[in-house]
Ligand binder design. Structure first.
Ligand code: URA
Length: 236
């Protein structure tokens, strides 16, 4: 095993690869007792790597799928003391959520310690589909539906839904929307711009991964097939 030092730091969960380069240049990283400031340095098996004097250990990769309940914040800590999604997963590994679901949104949330996997799912270039079940405060006007699919200007850039499908006959306030967007509050803001309030929001799938047979609040490991599919379907 030979791996570039910044990548090693990222894989230990210290920082992103780019941020890890800064830490190296700042002289905070030691390999086998010597401070390394060379960004092209490779770590080999059995090397002892320290960050700010603390010995690091390369962790194995882990991938969880949580059916997020309402009332949990998608963050590793909350200054207001609210419950975080990490409290729902029993692991010693340092995992983080892939993207964000709002406090009152439920559904598919992936958590991992694999930064590359997270980047593949989140990078806008990959156009990974996210499907949401939405309940609005009132029926969606046909004209508005078309505008949301064609695209509207949201916070200075274009936002669009790939599809909007009503899920119950004659209930035009309940629908499934598909989008490639990961901006915070995207679904609420898109509807909000046209005068609607989102009353209920659930992410039913992300990159084809769904919470089928997984109760709200429960979690499972992603299957090897699900992990492999993300790596084969998407690249950066
Ligand atoms: N869009 C939102 O508005 N909220 C979410 O939680 C996810 C997508």
């Amino acid at each position: 095993m030979k791996i570039r030092l910044n990548r090693y730091l990222a894989e230990c969960g210290i920082a992103s690869r780019r941020k890890a380069e800064e830490l190296i240049l700042d002289g905070r990283v030691e390999v086998n007792g010597k401070t390394i400031v060379d960004l092209a340095f490779f770590v080999e098996e059995n090397d002892s790597v320290k960050y700010d004097g603390r010995l690091l250990r390369l962790e194995s990769k882990v991938y969880f799928l949580l059916n997020k309940p309402k009332g949990y914040i998608t963050s590793t800590a909350d200054e207001k003391g609210r419950k975080t999604v990490l409290e729902l997963i029993n692991t010693k590994q340092k995992i983080f959520p892939v993207g964000r679901l709002d406090y009152n949104t439920k559904g598919v949330l992936i958590l991992t310690n694999d930064g590359d996997f997270a980047n593949l799912l989140m990078h806008p270039k990959n156009k990974v589909p996210r499907e949401y079940h939405v309940l609005l405060d009132k029926e969606l006007d046909g004209e508005h539906r078309l505008r949301l699919i064609k695209g509207i200007t949201l916070e200075g850039s274009r936002g669009k839904f790939e599809s909007i499908k009503f899920t119950k006959p004659k209930s035009f306030d309940r629908m499934n929307v598909v989008t490639h967007e990961g901006r915070n509050h995207f679904v609420k803001n898109m509807f909000g711009l046209l005068g609607y309030t989102v009353k209920e929001l659930e992410r039913v799938s992300y990159g084809g991964i769904t919470t089928k047979n997984l109760p709200v609040g429960a979690y499972r490991l992603l299957t090897p097939g699900e992990i492999k599919k993300v790596f084969t379907d998407y690249a950066l």
